[in-house]
Design a protein around this ligand. Structure first.
Ligand SMILES: C[S@@+](CC[C@H](N)C(=O)[O-])C[C@H]1O[C@@H](n2cnc3c(N)ncnc32)[C@H](O)[C@@H]1O
Length: 270
């Protein structure tokens, strides 16, 4: 294994680590379904060396390690809070380390580069995919799931709030835009990078949440982190109030609330 990914992860901009394992776990079942769909795309090979980029609280990395009967699995994340949870699942040939996926690099070390719901936090996917490909041993596999729900009011409304005063000033003009590409672009990139086989799909997940208010709690677990880390606690509270005020009338008031969520899953083998 190369040392390249062992450099300490960079802290998030602004207020540091804002990932909350508790908030993220509030929709544990809904969030883990795409993980299992992605895992089902991986071809089982004996004795695999696996890296899980953005492993989060580690439980699912453990499930992946078990499922594959892997020789070695390393989960990487740059959140101390997430890694503290993940360590409870470490043992044997499964371990967790701090690293920033944005600077992850390895040379032909892995039989599987796996990443669920994390690469959407890293810019420039063409060059990222080049680096992830270089990390694969001959015949290696890549498996990635990224959310692609930024057109839904749940996400689009955050951009509106960010552009209103006083948030625009407080954020210095920052608006979160997803770096996720259209699905067909991933297919092209995988082909350009020399993968012999590939499977790319857009999947709409159907979630039934208790109420439309639950959408706010969902988005607080991930997408809103980019605003939270750039605002003071008081500013972030006001941001949430305004988001709530604008978003709720845009969502049907029905219980359970039907929340559609687009995700791109791709798998390829060299
Ligand atoms: C939505 S969670 C997904 C966690 C896990 N893969 C799962 O399926 O439950 C995203 C994770 O990516 C991590 N993350 C975000 N940006 C990262 C980066 N640049 N480097 C490493 N980890 C990152 C976060 O700390 C968080 O744990």
């Amino acid at each position: 294994m190369s040392d390249a990914h062992k450099t300490p992860g960079t802290a998030d901009a602004g207020r540091g680590d804002v990932w909350s394992p508790e908030q993220y776990a509030r929709f544990r079942d809904e969030r883990s379904q795409p993980f299992f769909d992605l895992m089902a795309l991986v071809r089982l090979e004996p004795s695999m060396r696996v890296v899980d980029l953005g492993c989060g609280p580690g439980e699912l990395t453990g499930a992946l390690h078990q499922h594959l009967g892997a020789r070695e699995t390393v989960g990487l994340d740059n959140s101390d809070a997430m890694l503290a949870r993940a360590q409870a699942h470490a043992g044997g040939r499964l371990r967790f380390e701090k690293a920033d996926v944005a600077s992850f690099a390895a040379e032909a070390d892995y039989d599987l580069v796996f990443s669920n719901a994390t690469l959407n936090w890293v810019e420039d996917h063409p060059s990222l995919l080049r680096r992830l490909t270089a990390a694969l041993a001959p015949g290696g596999q890549i498996a990635v799931q990224v959310p692609a729900n930024d057109d839904h009011p749940s996400h689009a409304t955050t951009a509106e709030v960010a552009q209103e005063p006083p948030f625009r000033e407080a954020l210095g003009g920052f608006v979160r835009r997803s770096p996720v590409l259209p699905p067909e672009r991933y297919a092209e990139l995988l082909d350009e990078l020399g993968y012999r086989e590939q499977h790319v799909r857009l999947q709409v997940y159907a979630h039934r949440l208790d109420s439309r208010e639950a959408v706010v709690e969902w988005v607080k677990g991930t997408w809103l982190n980019d605003y939270q880390k750039r605002l003071s606690p008081e500013q972030y509270e006001r941001f949430l109030e305004r988001y709530h005020e604008l978003l709720l009338p845009r969502l049907v008031d029905r219980r359970p609330f039907f929340y559609s969520f687009r995700r791109i899953l791709f798998w390829a083998r060299r």
